[in-house]
Ligand binder design. Sequence first.
Ligand SMILES: [Zn+2]
Length: 207
Amino acid sequence: MTTARWPASARYEAPESSAPGGLGFVQDLLNTASLGKPRQPDLLESADAARQWLHASAAVLHRIDPGAPAMPDGLDPGGLRHVVSFRDDLRALLSPGPAEGTAETVAVPSIGTTAAVTLGPGGARLSAQGDDVEALRSYALVQLVAASYGGTLRRLKVCANPRCRGAFYDRSKNCSRVWHDVTTCGNTQNVRAYRARLKERGLSSAP
Ligand SMILES: [Zn+2]
C-alpha cells in the first residue's frame, strides 16, 4: 500500500504525526483551518476550496478505510457552515486549556450524531449513518468514540501554541507532547505562556 498523505495535515506536519486509520480523517478535518507557521489558508473558506479538500481527503480515507461512507461531493452554503462549526467545536473539545483571550469558563460544546450499533458474528460494530454532511459528522464521531474506547483519543491533540492550534497525533511513549512541532511552536515564550495558563487553572505539568 502506498503511503497516503492527508491533504490538509500534510501542509505543515510530519507524516509520523498522522493519526492511524479513520481518525486521520478527523485530524485532516481539524487541519483544514487556517493554522500553522507560516499561516496556511482555510480549506473551508469557500465552496470551491471545500470541494477540492473533500475530494482529496475522501480519496485518502477510502484507501485507508474502504468501508467509510461516501463523503459529500460538494457543500452548499448551509452545509459548509455546518462543517465549519463542527470542525471548530471539535477543536475546542480537543484544545488544551482556555482559548486565547477567554476567561477560564470556556463553553465546551457537546456534539451528537446518529450512528448504528450492530451485533454479529464478528462482534459489536458502530457505524456511521446519514448522507452528505451528516455522514461526515457521523463518521468523524464514530472514529472519536472508537479511539476513546481504544485508548488512542488522548493522543489526538491540538497544539498548545494559541497562534497555531494544529491537530497532531502524539506517538511519544508517555503521550507528553504539547506542540505539533517543538521547533516552530515550542519556543521559550510559548512554553512560559503555556505554564502560566496551567498555573491559572491550578494544574502543573512539564511540557
Ligand atoms: Zn503548533
